[in-house]
Design a protein around this ligand. Structure first.
Ligand SMILES: Cc1cc2nc3c(=O)[nH]c(=O)nc-3n(C[C@H](O)[C@H](O)[C@H](O)COP(=O)(O)OP(=O)(O)OC[C@H]3O[C@@H](n4cnc5c(N)ncnc54)[C@H](O)[C@@H]3O)c2cc1C
Length: 455
């Protein structure tokens, strides 16, 4: 944990960078690294929502499962996200329809929405207490000019089967939602503590008898009827493997031309005082996201802090994933905190962190099987909305490996566009980020101007 130069966010208290994110610590019962040669029915690489859910579902079907995790379960995005359990409202329906047509877009909407039910069910079945608040999530405008885009996405979503409703200004105020958020579209779901969720999955997997090897990066693997995975001190082999390495997948030399690793950042405030919480209203604690091109997310936590994420994304050349601070993103989020919550002036920022998600050019999930024997399964590319979907993938993969071929998994198959080689990819992604930033800055300037006129 490092103290950052505070000049960047204009706050007087030191802003701490947490290299593991704001929700998890290295577990006290770190599982041993793989040594020697182990055999199993399935090897899962990566212990986030996808890897742990897959291992648990396979174990329930009686399979012998090995999980190899380079650090510890929850080290990746699963331990660093904002904790929104959100379905199809989080996606840009228009992009999906343009890419795969109405019929298949309906299946993607179903995939995102069923995933919310799946996670809610798993929290109960596995007895995971992760402060889940089924408050609903609102995609809320900060300027009237965002209404057209909001409504358009909602209406298209509804034709695809997404259950979303419009919340007008009067309803927003009646519910005590902070006044910066004018009106919005709402969907069921809510917020949870992702650290507690992923740690709960980890505990359940260990108790179920999944062989979890932590501090065990996969170094290489061989394809064939039997797949052999090489690690620093051992080998594991199995007739099937699941790559649940998400944004880290391109570094394995896999899917490099299909997904890019995108850095997403977060800040967490000091706990709000009882008076600040009361003044804020926001009794329903709805998770809020905005319809900016690079969205903002705003939520209260069960421990009384505010967590804000995104606003500015990052991309490191070659889809690298350095675990380093992103000062520019934290400064942008600190400014957003001051502007959206003027009543909380002086509220300190406790710490900040970043993590990596993966994205394809068409923003669609990248799910499938590869290898000469089609026995290497992968799931990546859920952009910034993988809490629910990557969990559901565990159930779909377990069905597939068990010979059941779930129809929802088949419905997700489509052609992912190829990415550009470097340095063109770096240029293309930076240009897309810059364009989104310009459009969002224009909206935010209009918000400031309107507010100045009110004062
Ligand atoms: C700041 C932030 C906010 C977000 N907010 C939300 C949100 O509110 N809602 C939402 O739905 N989504 C959100 N997301 C996205 C969500 O967190 C991800 O989509 C999801 O966690 C992906 O889960 P996963 O299991 O596929 O990948 P990960 O959690 O990234 O797991 C991959 C694992 O693979 C391991 N690994 C990598 N390489 C190797 C190797 N060679 N050998 C062994 N192990 C390896 C990694 O250490 C890691 O633990 C957010 C992401 C970030 C970063």
């Amino acid at each position: 944990m490092n103290a950052l130069n505070t000049a960047a966010h204009g706050d007087s208290a030191p802003l701490r960078f947490r290299s593991l994110g704001g929700w998890v610590e290295r577990p006290g019962d770190l599982q041993p690294a793989l040594k020697g040669h182990e055999h199993a029915d399935v090897i899962v690489i990566g212990a986030g929502f996808a890897g742990l859910s897959t291992a648990l579902e396979l174990k329930a079907l009686g399979a012998d499962v090995i999980v190899l995790e380079q650090e510890f379960a929850g080290f990746g995005a699963s331990g660093r996200n904002a904790g929104y359990l959100l379905g199809s409202m989080g996606i840009e329906c228009e992009v999906f329809v343009n890419r795969v047509g109405v019929e298949q877009a309906r299946q993607f909407v179903r995939f995102y929405d069923e995933a919310v039910n799946y996670v809610e069910g798993r929290l109960t079945t596995l007895g995971i207490d992760c402060d889940y608040t089924p408050s609903g999530v609102i995609r809320a405008a900060v300027h009237p000019g965002q209404e057209k885009r909001l409504r358009k996405n909602m209406e298209l979503g509804q034709t695809l089967g997404s259950v979303t409703r419009f919340v007008d200004r009067a309803q927003m105020r009646a519910r005590g939602i902070p006044p910066a958020f004018l009106f919005g579209t709402e969907q069921r779901g809510g917020t949870l503590n992702p650290g507690k969720y992923v740690s709960g999955l980890r505990r359940a997997a260990i108790e179920a008898g999944v062989k979890l090897y932590e501090r065990t990066p996969l170094l290489s693997f061989s394809e064939g009827q039997v797949i052999t995975c090489k690690t620093a001190h051992g080998r594991a082999s199995a007739p099937a493997m699941v790559l649940a390495t998400n944004a880290y997948t391109p570094q394995l030399g896999v899917l490099r031309n299909k997904v890019a690793a995108i850095r997403v950042s977060a800040i967490e405030t000091q706990p709000l005082s009882t008076e600040q919480l009361a003044a804020l209203g926001w009794k329903g604690r709805e998770g809020i996201i905005t319809p900016h091109y690079t969205m903002e997310s705003h939520r209260l936590t069960a421990h009384g802090t505010l967590v804000l994420t995104v606003k500015q994304l990052g991309y490191a050349y070659g889809s690298k994933t350095p675990n380093i601070p992103d000062h520019g993103a934290y400064a942008a989020l600190a400014q957003v905190l001051r502007e959206r919550f003027p009543a909380l002036q002086g509220l300190g920022i406790q710490h900040c962190w970043s993590g990596y998600v993966s994205g394809a050019y068409d923003f669609l999930p990248v799910v499938g099987a590869m290898g000469a024997k089609q026995n290497i399964f992968y799931t990546t590319g859920c952009s910034g909305h993988g809490l629910a979907t990557q969990s559901l993938m565990g159930s779909l993969f377990a069905g597939q490996i068990n010979g059941k071929a779930p129809e929802l998994l088949a419905a997700l198959q489509h052609r992912t566009p190829s990415m550009l080689p470097e340095p063109f990819q770096w240029c293309a992604i930076q240009s897309a980020f810059a364009a989104a930033k310009l459009l969002d800055a224009w909206t935010d300037r209009k918000v400031r101007k309107d507010n100045a006129m009110k004062d």
